[in-house]
Design a protein around this ligand. Structure first.
Ligand code: NAG
Ligand code: NAG
Ligand code: NAG
Ligand code: NAG
Ligand code: NAG
Length: 368
């Protein structure tokens, strides 16, 4: 058993050696070193122990796909510990998927991170701000009297209209708030002008000093910034996933807004009426229920948000799934197109007494 373990780690280290660029002389030394270790291992174990277990094979495959894309703060952590975390996650994923849930999990790019590491690296740490400061009754809170307006369509998907651009990738920067706000402005700009423009998140990260760049922010504050300054295109002002860069203020303004409004909170009915008119930015709480490992299907979570919303996304539609009988929201995330359903998640709608799964109705806002 000991020898088998030893061999596992050896092969993982080999992978590293093989992928790193080494000079002739150092590769010779490494080769001799490997030969030495292998001799030691083989001589101390039965032939069977040279076989890789399925989980080892799976981890190797995972490493070749995602290993080079890990956040820099994790690249130097030893593979033994990473493998243990991965193994633990995969055991959980396999068990979860064997049960009858409305969604499945997968060992995606976050599969060798603990939930704590995921939270520390990707989540918005500035979202617990007092929303009543930005969304006030009588000022910019849009209450819709649903008995006075026609009912919204039973389903809508803004992706089919041209108002939603390709899914982007925030990388290892807590800038979800910028992606959510920019995607909302992209949607509104399309609805107003009939032209789709990819706009700049990095401009918000660099220039919006009311928010905190890679440490987080609030979409209403971002909309205030955009109202005052406009936004450049992402071509003119490309995303760097970095904090502390100098703000470029001499670029052409490509899109402008008049301001923003907030949706009456804690009501999925109110949210539905607004999403029928445009994509809407929402803050959600995602530290529960394995959001990070979502694969496909209709996500649900019995934790309904505790006003500790730590991620921002864009609602781009809603519908009803005949297979599971569930109503859902369509959520555009910013973890790249490989995450979830092509970068999107369907999240259970009409749950949690109006608060919504992950507290989705606690802080919705949109540009006008
Ligand atoms: C190796 O040993 C394990 C048990 O330790 C066994 O399940 C497996 O079938 C063996 N594999 C081979 C190729 O003999
Ligand atoms: C996201 O971007 C980072 C940095 O550019 C890259 O390393 C990573 O592979 C990307 N992830 C996805 C899923 O596209
Ligand atoms: C799985 O769930 C669906 C609906 O949620 C139900 O119709 C089906 O009978 C369940 N299957 C099992 C094996 O529990
Ligand atoms: C939030 O802000 C409002 C208005 O600025 C204030 O009245 C309220 O006391 C604040 N609530 C908390 C919990 O700070
Ligand atoms: C909504 O509109 C109906 C019909 O016009 C009216 O009776 C009702 O008082 C309104 N509700 C609110 C909360 O304003």
């Amino acid at each position: 058993m000991e020898a088998k373990k030893h061999n596992t780690y050896l092969s993982l280290y080999c992978l590293i050696f093989m992928t790193s660029k080494v000079t002739m002389s150092s590769s010779t030394i490494i080769f001799m070193f490997i030969l030495f270790i292998m001799t030691t291992v083989v001589s101390s174990s039965s032939p069977n122990t040279t076989q890789e277990s399925p989980i080892e094979k799976r981890y190797k495959k995972w490493l070749s796909r995602y290993g080079n894309h890990r956040p820099s703060n994790m690249r130097n952590m030893n593979l033994k510990s990473r493998f243990e975390i991965y193994k633990h996650n995969v055991q959980f994923i396999d068990k979860f998927n064997s049960e009858n849930h409305s969604f499945t999990l997968i060992d995606n790019q976050f599969a060798d991170m603990t939930n704590e590491e995921f939270k520390g690296t990707y989540l918005n740490h500035e979202m617990t701000g007092n929303r009543t400061q930005y969304c006030e009754e009588g000022r910019n809170m849009n209450y819709i009297n649903t008995s006075q307006v026609p009912p919204p369509p039973v389903s809508i998907d803004w992706r089919n209209t041209g108002a939603v651009g390709p899914v982007k990738n925030q990388s290892t920067c807590g800038s979800c708030w910028a992606f959510s706000a920019v995607a909302a402005v992209e949607g509104l700009t399309y609805i107003k002008t009939g032209q789709f423009l990819s706009l700049s998140e990095q401009q918000l990260v660099d220039c919006d000093t009311t928010n905190s760049g890679c440490n987080g922010g609030l979409e209403p504050k971002a909309f205030e910034f955009i109202k005052k300054n406009g936004l450049s295109t992402s071509n003119d002002y490309p995303y760097m996933a970095l904090d502390g860069l100098k703000c470029k203020s001499d670029l052409k303004v490509a899109a402008a807004i008049d301001g923003y409004e907030c949706v009456e909170p804690n009501s999925e009915a109110q949210l539905l009426y607004v999403v029928a008119t445009r994509p809407v930015s929402v803050s959600i709480e995602i530290e529960f229920c394995f959001f990070q490992l979502y694969d496909r299907g209709i996500y649900s979570c019995s934790k309904c948000g505790s006003h500790n919303n730590n991620h921002a996304v864009l609602i781009v539609g809603y519908g009803h799934d005949l297979l599971t009988g569930r109503d859902y929201w369509i959520i555009k995330n910013s973890y790249g197109q490989a995450w979830g359903e092509g970068g999107y998640m369907r999240m259970t709608r009409n749950a949690c007494d109006g608060i919504g799964v992950c507290g989705i109705t606690q802080m919705p806002s949109y540009p006008i």
